[in-house]
Design a protein around this ligand. Sequence first.
Ligand SMILES: [Zn+2]
Length: 377
Amino acid sequence: MILGCLVALFGFSSIAVADSTRLREVLPTGATVFAESLPGTKLVSLQIIGSARGAQDTKATHGYRHLLEHLMARGFKEDSDKKLEVEGLYLRATTFRDTMQFRVDCYPSQAPIVIAVFQDMLAGLRATPERILKESQIIREEIALISESRKQNREVWTQAYGDARLDPLGDPDLIATATPKSLADLQRTHFCGANLVVTVTGNVKVDEGILLAKRIAASAPTYPAAELNWMEFSTPKAARVSSGEMTTIGIPVGGFQEPKTVARAAAAFALAGLAQGNVSFMPTLKHGLVSVTMLQNEQTRAAFSNSPAAALEVGRLQLRRWMQKQISEPGRDGALRGSLLSFAPFYRPEGFLDGVQELKLAQFTEAWEEFRKLWAN
Ligand SMILES: [Zn+2]
Protein backbone atom coordinates (compact mmCIF):
# COMPACT_ATOMS: atom_id res chain seq x y z
CA MET A 1 0.00 0.00 0.00
CA ILE A 2 2.74 2.43 0.99
CA LEU A 3 4.77 1.48 -2.06
CA GLY A 4 1.72 2.06 -4.26
CA CYS A 5 1.31 5.54 -2.81
CA LEU A 6 4.94 6.40 -3.41
CA VAL A 7 4.78 5.36 -7.03
CA ALA A 8 1.62 7.37 -7.55
CA LEU A 9 3.13 10.44 -5.91
CA PHE A 10 6.55 10.35 -7.49
CA GLY A 11 5.40 8.79 -10.77
CA PHE A 12 8.66 7.82 -12.44
CA SER A 13 6.69 6.05 -15.13
CA SER A 14 5.18 8.01 -17.98
CA ILE A 15 1.99 8.60 -16.01
CA ALA A 16 0.89 12.19 -16.32
CA VAL A 17 0.35 14.08 -13.09
CA ALA A 18 -2.11 16.91 -13.42
CA ASP A 19 -4.23 19.40 -11.61
CA SER A 20 -6.50 21.79 -13.45
CA THR A 21 -3.81 24.27 -14.49
CA ARG A 22 -0.64 22.17 -14.50
CA LEU A 23 0.45 19.00 -16.18
CA ARG A 24 3.71 17.15 -15.91
CA GLU A 25 4.78 13.98 -17.56
CA VAL A 26 7.91 11.85 -17.49
CA LEU A 27 8.55 10.48 -20.97
CA PRO A 28 9.90 6.99 -21.72
CA THR A 29 13.29 8.61 -22.46
CA GLY A 30 13.37 9.90 -18.85
CA ALA A 31 12.87 13.53 -19.91
CA THR A 32 10.26 15.58 -18.06
CA VAL A 33 7.75 17.79 -19.86
CA PHE A 34 5.71 20.35 -17.98
CA ALA A 35 2.93 22.75 -18.92
CA GLU A 36 1.11 25.35 -16.89
CA SER A 37 -1.73 27.65 -17.82
CA LEU A 38 -1.32 31.02 -16.07
CA PRO A 39 -4.50 33.09 -16.04
CA GLY A 40 -4.28 36.68 -17.28
CA THR A 41 -1.03 36.21 -19.23
CA LYS A 42 -0.59 37.19 -22.88
CA LEU A 43 2.68 35.41 -23.56
CA VAL A 44 3.72 31.82 -23.46
CA SER A 45 7.23 30.90 -22.37
CA LEU A 46 8.96 27.91 -23.96
CA GLN A 47 12.06 26.63 -22.20
CA ILE A 48 14.67 23.91 -22.40
CA ILE A 49 16.42 23.10 -19.15
CA GLY A 50 19.41 20.77 -19.19
CA SER A 51 20.63 19.39 -15.87
CA ALA A 52 24.38 19.46 -15.19
CA ARG A 53 24.16 16.06 -13.48
CA GLY A 54 27.16 14.18 -14.86
CA ALA A 55 28.18 17.28 -16.83
CA GLN A 56 29.49 19.63 -14.14
CA ASP A 57 32.55 21.81 -14.75
CA THR A 58 35.81 20.56 -13.27
CA LYS A 59 39.07 22.46 -12.90
CA ALA A 60 40.18 20.95 -16.21
CA THR A 61 37.00 21.93 -18.09
CA HIS A 62 36.04 25.11 -16.28
CA GLY A 63 33.76 27.03 -18.62
CA TYR A 64 33.11 24.36 -21.27
CA ARG A 65 29.44 24.47 -20.30
CA HIS A 66 29.34 28.22 -20.79
CA LEU A 67 30.92 27.76 -24.22
CA LEU A 68 28.39 25.05 -25.05
CA GLU A 69 25.59 27.46 -24.15
CA HIS A 70 26.96 30.08 -26.57
CA LEU A 71 27.35 27.56 -29.39
CA MET A 72 23.93 25.98 -28.84
CA ALA A 73 22.26 29.39 -28.80
CA ARG A 74 23.51 30.01 -32.35
CA GLY A 75 21.79 26.82 -33.50
CA PHE A 76 22.97 23.90 -35.60
CA LYS A 77 22.15 25.83 -38.77
CA GLU A 78 23.52 29.02 -37.17
CA ASP A 79 20.33 30.92 -37.93
CA SER A 80 18.53 30.97 -34.53
CA ASP A 81 19.04 34.72 -34.14
CA LYS A 82 17.69 35.50 -37.59
CA LYS A 83 14.62 33.28 -37.26
CA LEU A 84 13.71 34.82 -33.89
CA GLU A 85 14.62 38.40 -34.75
CA VAL A 86 12.22 38.67 -37.68
CA GLU A 87 9.47 37.70 -35.23
CA GLY A 88 10.65 40.26 -32.67
CA LEU A 89 11.66 37.41 -30.36
CA TYR A 90 14.68 37.00 -28.16
CA LEU A 91 16.47 33.92 -26.85
CA ARG A 92 17.72 34.04 -23.27
CA ALA A 93 20.46 31.52 -22.63
CA THR A 94 21.93 31.10 -19.17
CA THR A 95 24.38 28.69 -17.59
CA PHE A 96 23.96 28.06 -13.89
CA ARG A 97 25.90 25.65 -11.70
CA ASP A 98 23.14 23.02 -11.84
CA THR A 99 21.40 23.74 -15.13
CA MET A 100 21.67 25.33 -18.54
CA GLN A 101 18.50 27.11 -19.62
CA PHE A 102 17.19 28.39 -22.95
CA ARG A 103 14.05 30.47 -22.96
CA VAL A 104 11.89 32.33 -25.46
CA ASP A 105 8.73 34.21 -24.46
CA CYS A 106 6.34 34.66 -27.38
CA TYR A 107 2.71 35.01 -28.44
CA PRO A 108 0.98 31.62 -28.75
CA SER A 109 0.83 31.96 -32.56
CA GLN A 110 4.65 32.18 -32.67
CA ALA A 111 5.23 28.94 -30.75
CA PRO A 112 5.91 26.84 -33.90
CA ILE A 113 8.85 29.09 -34.82
CA VAL A 114 10.34 28.75 -31.34
CA ILE A 115 9.84 25.00 -31.43
CA ALA A 116 11.74 24.79 -34.74
CA VAL A 117 14.61 26.82 -33.26
CA PHE A 118 14.74 24.63 -30.15
CA GLN A 119 14.60 21.41 -32.19
CA ASP A 120 17.52 22.67 -34.25
CA MET A 121 19.46 23.51 -31.07
CA LEU A 122 18.99 20.05 -29.59
CA ALA A 123 19.61 18.14 -32.82
CA GLY A 124 23.39 18.52 -32.74
CA LEU A 125 26.27 20.89 -32.37
CA ARG A 126 28.33 22.61 -35.01
CA ALA A 127 31.52 23.30 -33.11
CA THR A 128 34.57 24.06 -35.23
CA PRO A 129 37.95 25.23 -33.85
CA GLU A 130 37.27 28.67 -35.37
CA ARG A 131 33.90 29.02 -33.67
CA ILE A 132 35.34 27.83 -30.36
CA LEU A 133 38.06 30.46 -30.56
CA LYS A 134 35.60 33.20 -31.49
CA GLU A 135 33.13 32.36 -28.71
CA SER A 136 35.89 32.04 -26.10
CA GLN A 137 36.91 35.59 -27.02
CA ILE A 138 33.31 36.77 -26.58
CA ILE A 139 33.17 35.05 -23.18
CA ARG A 140 36.46 36.69 -22.18
CA GLU A 141 34.89 40.10 -22.86
CA GLU A 142 31.69 39.09 -21.04
CA ILE A 143 33.66 38.12 -17.91
CA ALA A 144 35.66 41.36 -17.99
CA LEU A 145 32.39 43.29 -17.71
CA ILE A 146 30.78 41.60 -14.70
CA SER A 147 29.66 43.83 -11.84
CA GLU A 148 31.41 44.19 -8.49
CA SER A 149 28.59 42.38 -6.65
CA ARG A 150 28.73 39.53 -9.18
CA LYS A 151 32.50 39.31 -8.59
CA GLN A 152 31.99 39.17 -4.83
CA ASN A 153 29.42 36.45 -5.28
CA ARG A 154 31.82 34.38 -7.35
CA GLU A 155 34.47 34.81 -4.64
CA VAL A 156 32.03 33.81 -1.87
CA TRP A 157 31.23 30.56 -3.71
CA THR A 158 34.95 29.86 -4.12
CA GLN A 159 35.61 30.44 -0.42
CA ALA A 160 32.66 28.23 0.49
CA TYR A 161 33.16 25.33 -1.92
CA GLY A 162 36.71 25.56 -3.30
CA ASP A 163 36.94 23.84 -6.69
CA ALA A 164 33.76 21.85 -6.23
CA ARG A 165 31.13 24.42 -7.24
CA LEU A 166 32.96 26.40 -9.89
CA ASP A 167 31.53 29.63 -11.22
CA PRO A 168 29.57 28.90 -14.43
CA LEU A 169 31.20 31.80 -16.28
CA GLY A 170 34.40 29.79 -16.56
CA ASP A 171 38.05 30.44 -17.32
CA PRO A 172 38.56 31.99 -20.80
CA ASP A 173 42.03 30.43 -21.25
CA LEU A 174 40.66 26.95 -20.58
CA ILE A 175 37.54 27.56 -22.66
CA ALA A 176 39.72 28.16 -25.71
CA THR A 177 41.15 24.63 -25.30
CA ALA A 178 37.79 22.85 -25.73
CA THR A 179 37.58 20.51 -28.71
CA PRO A 180 34.54 19.97 -30.97
CA LYS A 181 34.28 16.39 -29.69
CA SER A 182 34.42 17.33 -26.00
CA LEU A 183 31.60 19.82 -26.60
CA ALA A 184 29.46 17.40 -28.59
CA ASP A 185 29.84 14.84 -25.79
CA LEU A 186 29.01 17.46 -23.20
CA GLN A 187 25.84 18.45 -25.08
CA ARG A 188 24.65 14.84 -25.24
CA THR A 189 25.15 14.36 -21.51
CA HIS A 190 23.64 17.71 -20.55
CA PHE A 191 20.43 17.25 -22.55
CA CYS A 192 19.85 13.51 -22.71
CA GLY A 193 17.36 11.34 -20.83
CA ALA A 194 16.44 12.48 -17.33
CA ASN A 195 18.72 15.52 -17.66
CA LEU A 196 16.22 17.15 -20.01
CA VAL A 197 13.22 19.20 -18.92
CA VAL A 198 10.99 21.15 -21.32
CA THR A 199 8.46 23.63 -19.95
CA VAL A 200 5.64 25.55 -21.64
CA THR A 201 4.00 28.08 -19.33
CA GLY A 202 1.65 31.04 -19.54
CA ASN A 203 -1.02 31.70 -22.14
CA VAL A 204 -1.61 28.08 -23.13
CA LYS A 205 -4.00 25.25 -22.33
CA VAL A 206 -2.16 22.55 -20.39
CA ASP A 207 -2.88 19.70 -22.78
CA GLU A 208 -1.74 21.79 -25.74
CA GLY A 209 1.33 22.96 -23.80
CA ILE A 210 2.34 19.38 -23.08
CA LEU A 211 2.13 18.51 -26.77
CA LEU A 212 4.36 21.46 -27.66
CA ALA A 213 6.87 20.44 -24.98
CA LYS A 214 6.88 16.86 -26.30
CA ARG A 215 7.66 18.07 -29.82
CA ILE A 216 10.74 19.86 -28.48
CA ALA A 217 11.82 16.95 -26.26
CA ALA A 218 11.53 14.52 -29.18
CA SER A 219 14.57 16.06 -30.89
CA ALA A 220 16.87 15.63 -27.88
CA PRO A 221 19.63 13.03 -27.75
CA THR A 222 18.50 9.78 -26.12
CA TYR A 223 21.99 8.61 -25.14
CA PRO A 224 24.34 8.01 -23.32
CA ALA A 225 22.42 5.55 -21.20
CA ALA A 226 25.10 5.46 -18.49
CA GLU A 227 23.95 6.53 -15.06
CA LEU A 228 24.70 10.19 -14.41
CA ASN A 229 25.61 11.44 -10.94
CA TRP A 230 26.34 14.68 -9.15
CA MET A 231 29.88 15.30 -7.97
CA GLU A 232 30.60 14.51 -4.32
CA PHE A 233 32.75 16.75 -2.14
CA SER A 234 33.57 17.76 1.40
CA THR A 235 31.70 20.11 3.70
CA PRO A 236 31.63 23.76 2.61
CA LYS A 237 32.06 26.75 4.92
CA ALA A 238 30.56 30.20 5.41
CA ALA A 239 32.24 32.99 3.47
CA ARG A 240 32.73 36.75 3.47
CA VAL A 241 34.15 39.08 0.83
CA SER A 242 34.67 42.85 1.14
CA SER A 243 35.86 45.56 -1.19
CA GLY A 244 35.37 49.25 -0.55
CA GLU A 245 31.96 49.86 0.98
CA MET A 246 30.47 46.62 -0.31
CA THR A 247 30.44 43.29 1.52
CA THR A 248 28.94 39.94 0.57
CA ILE A 249 28.34 37.24 3.15
CA GLY A 250 27.26 33.75 2.19
CA ILE A 251 26.21 30.61 4.04
CA PRO A 252 26.10 27.17 2.39
CA VAL A 253 22.71 25.44 2.39
CA GLY A 254 21.38 22.00 1.53
CA GLY A 255 18.25 21.08 -0.39
CA PHE A 256 15.80 23.90 -1.01
CA GLN A 257 13.03 22.38 1.10
CA GLU A 258 15.13 21.67 4.20
CA PRO A 259 14.06 23.82 7.19
CA LYS A 260 17.62 25.13 7.61
CA THR A 261 17.69 26.29 4.01
CA VAL A 262 14.35 28.04 4.38
CA ALA A 263 15.53 29.71 7.63
CA ARG A 264 18.79 30.95 6.07
CA ALA A 265 17.01 32.18 2.96
CA ALA A 266 14.49 34.03 5.15
CA ALA A 267 17.32 35.64 7.16
CA ALA A 268 19.06 36.77 3.96
CA PHE A 269 15.81 38.16 2.51
CA ALA A 270 15.10 39.96 5.79
CA LEU A 271 18.55 41.57 5.73
CA ALA A 272 18.19 42.57 2.10
CA GLY A 273 14.78 44.08 2.83
CA LEU A 274 15.95 45.99 5.89
CA ALA A 275 19.33 47.12 4.54
CA GLN A 276 18.44 47.49 0.84
CA GLY A 277 20.86 44.73 -0.05
CA ASN A 278 20.76 42.04 -2.73
CA VAL A 279 20.10 38.37 -2.12
CA SER A 280 21.49 35.63 -4.29
CA PHE A 281 19.67 32.35 -3.82
CA MET A 282 19.02 29.57 -6.27
CA PRO A 283 17.07 26.58 -4.96
CA THR A 284 19.17 23.42 -5.38
CA LEU A 285 18.96 19.73 -4.63
CA LYS A 286 21.95 20.05 -2.25
CA HIS A 287 25.12 22.15 -2.01
CA GLY A 288 23.56 25.56 -2.47
CA LEU A 289 24.49 28.96 -1.10
CA VAL A 290 22.48 31.88 0.25
CA SER A 291 24.33 35.15 0.07
CA VAL A 292 23.51 38.78 0.66
CA THR A 293 25.42 41.81 -0.57
CA MET A 294 25.14 44.99 1.51
CA LEU A 295 26.88 48.31 2.02
CA GLN A 296 28.85 49.04 5.19
CA ASN A 297 26.62 51.85 6.38
CA GLU A 298 24.21 53.00 9.07
CA GLN A 299 21.23 51.30 7.43
CA THR A 300 22.95 47.91 7.54
CA ARG A 301 23.95 48.39 11.18
CA ALA A 302 20.36 49.32 11.98
CA ALA A 303 19.10 46.22 10.13
CA PHE A 304 21.10 43.95 12.40
CA SER A 305 19.74 45.68 15.50
CA ASN A 306 16.24 44.36 14.77
CA SER A 307 14.95 41.61 17.01
CA PRO A 308 14.84 38.17 15.35
CA ALA A 309 11.03 38.22 15.69
CA ALA A 310 10.76 41.50 13.79
CA ALA A 311 13.27 40.31 11.18
CA LEU A 312 11.37 37.04 10.73
CA GLU A 313 8.23 38.92 9.71
CA VAL A 314 10.20 40.90 7.12
CA GLY A 315 12.00 37.80 5.87
CA ARG A 316 8.82 35.79 5.53
CA LEU A 317 7.09 38.59 3.64
CA GLN A 318 10.03 39.22 1.29
CA LEU A 319 10.59 35.55 0.59
CA ARG A 320 6.92 34.89 -0.10
CA ARG A 321 6.75 37.92 -2.39
CA TRP A 322 9.84 36.77 -4.25
CA MET A 323 8.48 33.27 -4.73
CA GLN A 324 5.03 34.50 -5.76
CA LYS A 325 6.66 36.71 -8.36
CA GLN A 326 8.60 33.73 -9.70
CA ILE A 327 5.53 31.57 -10.16
CA SER A 328 3.03 34.09 -11.51
CA GLU A 329 4.92 35.27 -14.60
CA PRO A 330 5.37 32.81 -17.53
CA GLY A 331 9.14 33.11 -18.04
CA ARG A 332 10.14 33.04 -14.36
CA ASP A 333 7.64 30.28 -13.63
CA GLY A 334 8.99 28.02 -16.37
CA ALA A 335 12.58 28.70 -15.32
CA LEU A 336 12.04 27.96 -11.64
CA ARG A 337 9.74 24.97 -12.06
CA GLY A 338 11.95 23.59 -14.81
CA SER A 339 15.09 23.76 -12.70
CA LEU A 340 13.34 22.12 -9.74
CA LEU A 341 12.00 19.38 -12.03
CA SER A 342 15.53 18.81 -13.31
CA PHE A 343 16.51 17.69 -9.79
CA ALA A 344 13.57 15.30 -9.56
CA PRO A 345 10.20 15.16 -11.34
CA PHE A 346 8.24 15.77 -8.13
CA TYR A 347 9.84 19.01 -6.89
CA ARG A 348 7.59 22.06 -6.79
CA PRO A 349 8.05 25.62 -5.45
CA GLU A 350 4.91 25.15 -3.34
CA GLY A 351 6.96 22.85 -1.07
CA PHE A 352 9.27 25.77 -0.37
CA LEU A 353 6.37 28.16 0.28
CA ASP A 354 4.96 25.71 2.82
CA GLY A 355 8.35 25.72 4.53
CA VAL A 356 8.33 29.52 4.69
CA GLN A 357 4.89 29.43 6.28
CA GLU A 358 5.94 26.84 8.86
CA LEU A 359 9.26 28.45 9.74
CA LYS A 360 9.73 28.65 13.53
CA LEU A 361 11.25 31.62 15.34
CA ALA A 362 13.95 29.43 16.92
CA GLN A 363 15.10 28.17 13.49
CA PHE A 364 15.08 31.68 12.09
CA THR A 365 16.97 33.11 15.09
CA GLU A 366 19.76 30.59 14.58
CA ALA A 367 20.13 31.62 10.93
CA TRP A 368 19.88 35.32 11.78
CA GLU A 369 22.70 34.93 14.32
CA GLU A 370 24.85 33.12 11.76
CA PHE A 371 24.56 36.08 9.37
CA ARG A 372 25.09 38.61 12.17
CA LYS A 373 28.32 36.94 13.32
CA LEU A 374 29.57 36.61 9.77
CA TRP A 375 28.94 40.30 9.16
CA ALA A 376 30.67 41.34 12.40
CA ASN A 377 33.81 39.33 11.56
ZN1 LIG B 1 27.87 34.03 -21.94
